[in-house]
Design a binder for this molecule. Structure first.
Ligand code: PMP
Length: 382
C-alpha cells in the first residue's frame, strides 16, 4: 500500500488495507469457500449463446430492473426453498457483497447501528465503515451457536437499524434454527431504532450465502418473508451454485425493502453480460448444483476424520457445520500450521478466533492432498 499523505483520503480510512484473502498460485486452494467444480460444457454453451444474443445490444444500457433475472431467481427459490415469491420481491447485484453494501447504504448511515453475532463474516464491519454505520457484535456461545437471550437483549437495548445473522455462519459453519431466527424477528418487531422516527423497527437480514449446503429437510428463512415486512434474506450464486466468478448475489424480501435498495443502487449496476451469464446458469440449475450433495458428504466425512485426529495429545475440535467448509482447532500456533500446509501446496484460511482454522471442500483429490499434508504437519508438531 502506498498512499501519499497529501491525498485527501477520508481520515477514518487512513491506515486501512483492502480486504481479501491472498490469491496465491498453489496446487490446492481451499481458502475462499468456492465450489471446486467448473461449469459443464452444456452450461458453457448456454453462456456463449446468451452472451452472443446480448452482444449486439451492448451500445445500450442494460435493463436496470433486470426483470428476466428476477423472474428466473424467483423460479429457482420456488424449487430450492419451496417459497412463493414475486419477482418484485427479489433484487440482484454483483455478488451478495454488493447487495449487503446496498442494505447498509439504505438502512444504515450516521447515527445508526448494525448488530451482528461474533465470530462472523469479516466484511460486515467494512460495509459499516464505508457507510458510516456503527458496528457492534454480541458474542456467540462457546460452540458458536447463537446466544438468543443475549441477542434479544442487545436488539432491544442497542436499537440497531440492521440486525445481521449469517446462517450457516462464516467462518464457523454454524446454522441458525428457524426458532432462533423467529425469536430475533420477534425482538426486531418490538424494538425501536436509534436515529429513526418513532415506530420504526430494525431490519433483520439473514445472510444465507451457504444455505444450499444445509442438511436436507431444513427450511430457508425465505419461507418467513410473507409474514415479516422487516426480514430480508441474502443469497449468492457464488457457493453452491459454483459461479463465484460470475459475481451474482441476490436478496429476497417484501417490496418495501427492495424499493429501498432501488433508491441507493447505481444506475445499471448489473451489466447485460452479467445478467445473461446468470440466466445461462439458471437454465441449468440441476447441473450447476449437481455436486452439492457430494460436497455435503465430503464435509461430513472430513468432520468425522478430524474427530479421530489428535494434536499434541489433544483431540481436534470441529465446529458443527451446515456449510461447504469446516472450522477446526484449537492450535497453539495456527500460523505455523497454516504456513506448513502452504509449504506443501495447500492453501486454507486463518480466520476467526485465535487457534482455529477454516478449510473449504475441494474435489476428492484435493481433500486427499489436504489430509495427507495435514497429517504430515501435525506429526511434525508432536
Ligand atoms: N456472505 C458470506 C457469509 C460470505 O462468506 C460471502 C463470501 N465469502 C459473501 C457473503 C459474499 O459472497 P459473494 O459476494 O460472492 O456473493
Amino acid at each position: 500500500m502506498s498512499i501519499p499523505s497529501n491525498l485527501p483520503l477520508r481520515n477514518d480510512l487512513a491506515g486501512e488495507e483492502p480486504y481479501g484473502a491472498p490469491q496465491l498460485d498453489v496446487p490446492v486452494c481451499l481458502n475462499v469457500n468456492e465450489n471446486p467444480y467448473a461449469p459443464s460444457e452444456a452450461v458453457i454453451d448456454t453462456i456463449l449463446e446468451r452472451v452472443r444474443a446480448v452482444a449486439p445490444t451492448l451500445n445500450r444500457y442494460p435493463d436496470r430492473e433486470h426483470a428476466e433475472l428476477r423472474k428466473a431467481l424467483a423460479a429457482y427459490l420456488r424449487k430450492e426453498s419451496q417459497v412463493e415469491l414475486e419477482p418484485e420481491q427479489i433484487w440482484a447485484a454483483n455478488g451478495s457483497n454488493e447487495i449487503m453494501l446496498q442494505v447498509f447504504q439504505a438502512f444504515g448511515g450516521p447515527g445508526r447501528t448494525a448488530l451482528g453475532f461474533a465470530p462472523t463474516y469479516s466484511m460486515y464491519p467494512e460495509y459499516a465503515r464505508d457507510t458510516f454505520t456503527a458496528w457492534t457484535t454480541v458474542p456467540r456461545n462457546a460452540d458458536f451457536t447463537l446466544d438468543v437471550d443475549a441477542a434479544v437483549k442487545a436488539i432491544l437495548e442497542t436499537r440497531p437499524s440492521i440486525v445481521l445473522i449469517t446462517s450457516p455462519n462464516n467462518p464457523t459453519g454454524t446454522p441458525a434454527t428457524m426458532e432462533q431466527i423467529e425469536a430475533l424477528l420477534a425482538a426486531c418487531e418490538k424494538a425501536g431504532v436509534d436515529g429513526a422516527p418513532e415506530g420504526t423497527h430494525p431490519l433483520l437480514v439473514v445472510d444465507e450465502a451457504y444455505i444450499e449446503f444445509r442438511r436436507p429437510g431444513k427450511p430457508s428463512a425465505t419461507t418467513l418473508i410473507a409474514d415479516h415486512p422487516n426480514l430480508a434474506v441474502s443469497r449468492t450464486m457464488s457457493k453452491a451454485f459454483a459461479y463465484a466468478g460470475a459475481r451474482v448475489g441476490y436478496i429476497a424480501a417484501n417490496t418495501g425493502v427492495i424499493d429501498s435498495l432501488r433508491i441507493v443502487r447505481m444506475p445499471y449496476h448489473l451489466s447485460a453480460v452479467t445478467q445473461a451469464v446468470a440466466l445461462a446458469a439458471l437454465d441449468h440449475t440441476d447441473e450447476q448444483l449437481a455436486q452439492v450433495g457430494h460436497l455435503r458428504d465430503t464435509r461430513d466425512a472430513l468432520v468425522d476424520w478430524f474427530r479421530q485426529q489428535t494434536y499434541k495429545g489433544q483431540p481436534i475440535q470441529v465446529a458443527d457445520t451446515d456449510s461447504n467448509f469446516v472450522f477446526f482447532g484449537v492450535f497453539d500456533d495456527r500460523e505455523w500450521i497454516f504456513n506448513e500446509l502452504l509449504n506443501r501446496g495447500v492453501l486454507i484460511r486463518d480466520v476467526g478466533p485465535e487457534g482455529w482454522l477454516r478449510v473449504c471442500m475441494g474435489t476428492d483429490e484435493e481433500m486427499e492432498a489436504f489430509k495427507s499434508a495435514f497429517l504430515e504437519v501435525i506429526r511434525l508438531a508432536e
